[in-house]
Design a protein around this ligand. Structure first.
Ligand code: ADP
Ligand code: MG
Ligand code: MG
Length: 892
């Protein structure tokens, strides 16, 4: 114990820590240390490590005596530099206590300014600055922050008192209050603290300090920090550091100021200094919206800000800041976010970190930094976040300038923003689309029968279901905006209306009323909200060319239609990794024949129905092979349980019977006989192919006929036929023979002219175990990780909504394994399956299809196990290309 250093000092050009110690010092502490070492003007201070926060929680939320001693030793060094003493009545040192985790969590945790003030030291500060107004203002701010953060007296209570004094004095702005007003406010604040806590406001600076450090550590587990971490996948066990730093004051008069800046424009990425500041202000005033901040530069003014800029008001300070900007960018080779304060004509730096930026800006900055030789291509690839930046670029988004009040919030299931009239059934969506209207499909939840309605809609909103619900998965596949699981929504299909429960009472949306859905963050708005279109600039092409150059994984797409295939190809897909044939069975003119085929009581009837379906399937494949000319197309033979295609009520069954000319009672009986207790573990996948070989035979024939036709048209079809849900070698062998026989029949002597592969989807754990034997027969493996995850965990994908969200919330699971691959379990099966498969067939082609193929972390895993390709929905293709490149760069 105590072997590790718990306190790192920085000040006067010397720092015990460095910028690379984020894990220990947190982002803020690391930045302060690095800036200090670079010789930039940073007020001295010290950082208490994140490990100390972790220990704090282990030891019942107390601070060790040793730690306090080390902190006081560091405080002496700060005192020596500043020439003031902590708690000194004449010349008091004031400090801030600032939180700072490894990952930036803006505004999530707490900071306290002006610590060290009490009724005695405030007098010293007055004498020393000859500025009583400043001193009382600093004191009342300290009581307010400490009262709120440490003592739990809500800041609104203080604001209320402040409003009272302002009203009494007949003024509007804080700045109009006099020293006397502020002194009175301090008394009122102290009385309020006494009233609420039953104790005097603590006067002893050391007591204030320990209580503040305790509060900063405790703020790691406040509600907003906790949920921020959950949303941003930041581990809860990291802890925060605490930074104690000598105060500098931007509120000492008109020659003082405080501000924030970005070294480049964070929304466009332009190489333009960009920021905001306020004179005679402290800390958070700039962002608090009390006064309107001024622009940093003259250029910003040209963009519509008419207030004077720092460049004009304090040219010397501005030039110093420009020099800091250059020094920091050259050092970090990145766009940075800065906090600065000017105290009586002296510049101080208070924070730096990598600046948050839009997708457009991320690409521009990464490519600009390469052009100016600050970074090489490989480093630049790591500067763009595939999930955040690229994804944003590929979808329209709500105009960031719009100020809006959302109606409700659900799960952000598929990104982008879109508006349209509300409709409550798939049919209504199709009709409205045909009439040239844009619509948003609003449902309690969606099912496969809603596919055409979903395709017709701009966006999909559901009341139930998670990010892997039918609506979410299909919407992502189609590149449609989707918000799922919007609990405040109640759909009344019969009355053609939806009701949203809001804080202000229920809001009714009737059919045709405009709504806007933001699938990037889950918000739903009433009315049409302005959106801005993504712009794929030249930077995008340049950057993605680097990604393609450095990646070794190929990227394919999951696409069921020629349209999706074409979209994906535009996004850079190098083939189709999963074409699901069942989606083709839901088409309007097909479903009756599909149902007839299923309800057939003998093989002859079934074959007759299949004969009707075959030309339609062939046509689909012709379209897809044509769109994917020259690229491989993996087609999965029929997979879902048959009962998904047939009516579920007696009434519907009777209707169907009439339609297809069968006896109503017979139809209903047959429908019921198809029902299964556990359809996902039932009669589906290759089990259908084994028991009804004529279905797979028809599909194989349609594929080969389509290939032959496309070939005759001068194109190059490359079919890869995939058998789903294989668990035993015997299943595989029989179905593979069936496919080869179909090829023989269709292609005959021409067989050599079309090269095709037969392989399997690996999605049953047993297949991973016997992969070496399956590979004796199979020509490729594609890991179907949706089912593999379901079967490995034993979580039903359709029912996991009842517990999985809680599992993630409670931290029982770090992430939803259906979204990000469970590397330890499912990943191990994939590794085993790949190794065993390749032990038999050295060059076995291995890929992944399923939601995980578009998740950057999972793509990274696929790279490390040596897969040949990943496959994902069309709009995720660029994301996967970049993730694959990043995995390659990181591995080398
Ligand atoms: P956050 O992480 O929420 O940005 P910070 O710890 O950066 O919180 O502090 C909040 C504000 O207080 C910032 O504007 C910062 O610049 C200012 N501030 C923090 N410490 C000092 C200090 N020692 N002197 C002057 N201003 C400070
Ligand atoms: Mg800050
Ligand atoms: Mg499957």
């Amino acid at each position: 114990m105590g072997a590790e250093r718990a306190v790192y000092f920085f000040g006067n050009g010397v720092a015990e820590g460095t910028g690379s110690m984020r894990e220990v010092l947190g982002g803020k502490g690391a930045g302060l240390a690095e800036m200090t070492s670079l010789g930039l003007p940073v007020p001295p201070g010290f950082t208490i490590t994140t490990a100390e926060c972790v220990r704090f929680y282990k030891e019942g939320r107390t601070l060790r005596e040793d730690l306090k001693r080390d902190a006081m030793t560091a405080m002496k060094r700060v005192e020596a530099i500043v020439g003031r003493r902590f708690g000194d009545p004449e010349n008091p040192l004031l400090v801030s206590v600032r939180s700072g985790a490894r990952a930036s969590m803006p505004g999530m945790m707490d900071t306290i300014l002006n610590l060290g003030l009490n009724d005695v030291t405030v007098r010293g500060l007055i004498r020393e600055t000859s500025n009583p107004r400043f001193a009382w203002d600093s004191y009342r701010r300290f009581i307010q922050m400490f009262g709120d953060v440490v003592l739990g007296v809500d800041h609104s209570e203080f604001e209320h008192l402040m409003d009272g004094v302002k009203k009494e004095r007949g003024v509007r702005l804080d700045t109009q209050l006099t020293a006397e007003d502020l002194e009175r406010l301090v008394k009122l604040y102290q009385a309020k603290v006494k009233e609420r806590t039953g104790k005097e406001f603590p006067a002893d600076p050391s007591e204030q300090l320990w209580a503040s450090i305790t509060a900063v550590f405790s703020s790691w587990y406040n509600d907003r920090a906790y949920s921020y971490r959950r949303m941003n996948r930041i581990p809860h066990d990291w802890g925060t550091a605490a930074n104690i730093q000598a105060m500098v004051f931007g509120n000492l008069g008109e020659d003082s100021a405080t501000g924030v800046a970005f070294t480049r424009d964070p929304s466009t990425g332009e190489n333009q200094f960009y920021g905001e500041y306020l004179t005679n202000a402290q800390g958070e005033d700039v962002v608090a919206g009390i006064r309107t901040p001024h622009p940093l530069t003259v250029v910003q003014k040209d963009h519509g800000d008419d207030l004077p800029s720092l460049e004009e008001e304090m040219p010397v300070m501005f030039q110093e800041l420009v020099a800091v900007r250059a020094k920091l960018e050259a050092h970090y080779k990145d766009m940075l976010d800065l906090e600065f304060t000017i105290e009586r004509g002296r510049l101080w730096m208070l924070q730096t970190r990598s600046g948050k930026r839009t997708g457009v800006a991320a690409l521009k900055i990464a490519t600009d930094l390469v052009r100016s030789k600050m970074l090489d291509e490989r480093q630049a690839l790591l500067r763009v976040d595939p999930d955040v930046h690229l994804d944003q670029l590929l979808h329209p988004m709500i105009d960031p300038r719009a100020k809006l009040e959302p109606l409700a919030k659900g799960l952000n299931a598929s990104p982008g923003a879109a508006s349209g009239g509300a409709v409550f059934t798939a049919e209504a969506a199709v009709l409205a689309k045909a009439a040239g209207k844009t619509v948003v499909l609003v449902r309690t939840e969606t099912s496969p029968e809603d596919i055409e309605g979903m395709a017709a809609a701009q966006a999909i909103l559901t009341a139930r279901g998670g990010r892997t619900s039918h609506a979410a998965v299909v919407a992502r596949g189609m590149g449609k905006v989707c918000v799922a699981g919007c609990g405040a929504l109640h759909v009344d299909v019969a009355a053609r209306k939806a009701t949203f429960e809001t804080k202000k009472g229920p809001v009714v949306v009737n059919e045709g009323d405009p709504i806007t859905i933001d699938g990037t963050n889950g918000f739903v708005y009433f009315g049409v909200v302005p959106t801005v279109d993504p712009e794929l600039t030249g930077d995008y092409d340049v950057f993605m060319a680097w990604a393609d150059k450095h990646r070794t994984l190929r990227v394919r797409t999951n696409a069921d239609t020629p349209h999706d295939a074409a979209v994906a190809r535009k996004f850079g897909a190098e083939g189709i990794g999963l074409c699901r044939t069942e989606h083709m069975f839901f088409g309007e003119e097909r479903l009756p024949w599909v149902r007839k085929m299923i309800l057939a009581t003998n093989e002859t009837e079934r074959r007759a129905a299949l004969e009707r379906l075959k030309p339609m399937q062939r046509e689909d494949f012709v379209g897809i092979f044509t769109a994917m000319d020259g690229l491989p197309v993996t087609i999965r033979l029929l997979d879902p349980p048959l009962h998904e295609f047939v009516p579920h009520t007696e009434h519907e069954a009777a209707e169907l019977a009439r339609e297809i000319g069968m006896d109503a009672a017979d139809v209903w009986k047959r429908c019921q006989s198809l029902a299964e207790m556990n359809p996902m573990l039932g009669h589906r996948g290759c089990r259908l192919g084994i028991t009804y070989p004529e279905i797979y035979e028809m599909q194989a024939i349609a594929i080969f006929e389509a290939a032959a036709e496309v070939k005759r048209n001068g194109k190059h079809p490359v079919p890869e036929i995939m058998l789903p849900l294989i668990g035993t070698t015997e299943e595989y062998r029989r179905l593979k023979d069936l496919v080869h026989q179909a090829a023989e029949r269709v292609l005959g002597a021409n067989q050599k002219t079309i090269s095709y592969l037969v392989g399997t989807m690996i999605e049953v754990p047993r297949a991973c175990i016997v992969a070496d034997r399956i590979a004796e027969e199979a020509e490729f493996f594609s890991f179907g990780t949706n089912d593999l995850t379901q079967l490995t965990f034993g979580y039903s994908r359709d029912d996991a909504g009842t517990f999985l969200p809680q599992y993630v919330e409670l931290g029982v699971l770090p992430r939803d394994p259906f979204l990000s691959l469970d590397v330890a379990g499912v990943g191990e099966l994939i590794r085993m399956g790949t190794e065993r498969g390749r032990s038999t067939k050295k060059d076995l082609k291995v890929g992944i299809c399923g939601e995980h193929g578009g998740d950057p972390t999972s793509v990274g895993f696929c790279h490390t196990v040596g897969m040949n390709y990943v496959s994902c929905s069309p709009y995720r293709v660029p994301v996967a290309r970049l993730a694959a490149a990043q995995a390659a760069v990181r591995a080398s």
